[in-house]
Design a protein. Structure first.
Length: 200
């Protein structure tokens, strides 16, 4: 315990002179409102300040912009230069958007006409759904199937779809021989129902 006490005391002795040596520093020797009168002679007169370059640039921008406006008005159609530049740049957009809107309207009208055909179809007609594979009839749970309710005899169905597939292949082969493949023909565009643009 004694060595700890000795080291503590020696550290305190070393720190005490440093604390005593620090003197208070003030910005000025005068304190309080009464001491300002004695130091008035030391203050210099206020300096002359100019407006700065920003003020003169802003002042010069007014006649410069007026001159630029007058210069831009020189032309055959008496419109400002920037107005003519914008008009010439974006002039083609109107025609392009009119053509785009016309083709979109045409596609929407064709889709609406197709939908009307499907909606107005009579429900008395027999609807036939092509089956991709005949085994779709046998997809079901193999458990808890009552006797006699298992998979059906699909021989007639398989024969029917094989016959349709052979007929379709014969038709495609005939188109290839006659060089009359629909995918290789020129695309026939939609019939125009309304005119959105003059030249489209």
């Amino acid at each position: 315990m004694q060595p700890l006490k000795r080291t503590g005391v020696s550290c305190a002795r070393r720190l005490r002179p440093q604390v005593q040596r620090q003197s208070r520093r003030h910005a000025s020797d005068s304190h309080g409102p009464d001491s300002h009168g004695s130091h008035d002679a030391h203050h210099s007169t206020p300096a002359n300040e100019s407006f700065g370059s920003g003020f003169y640039i802003a002042l010069a921008a007014i006649p410069a912009s007026f001159a630029l406006y007058k210069f831009s008005r020189q032309g055959t159609d008496e419109q400002p230069y920037f107005t003519r530049l914008i008009r010439d740049t974006y002039n083609g957009y109107k025609d392009r958007w009119a053509e785009r809107n016309a083709s979109h309207t045409q596609a929407m009208e064709q889709a609406a006409a197709d939908r009307v055909i499907f909606l107005n179809e009579s429900n008395n007609t027999l609807r036939r759904v092509d089956i991709r594979f005949p085994e779709i009839f046998n997809t079901g749970s193999p458990w808890n199937v009552p006797a006699g309710h298992g998979s059906a005899n699909l021989d007639h169905l398989i024969a029917k779809y094989e016959k349709e597939a052979y007929e379709e292949n014969d038709r495609k082969l005939k188109q290839l021989r006659d060089n009359n493949v629909p995918a290789e023909k020129e695309f026939e565009s939609f019939r125009k129902l309304t005119s959105a643009a003059k030249d489209s």
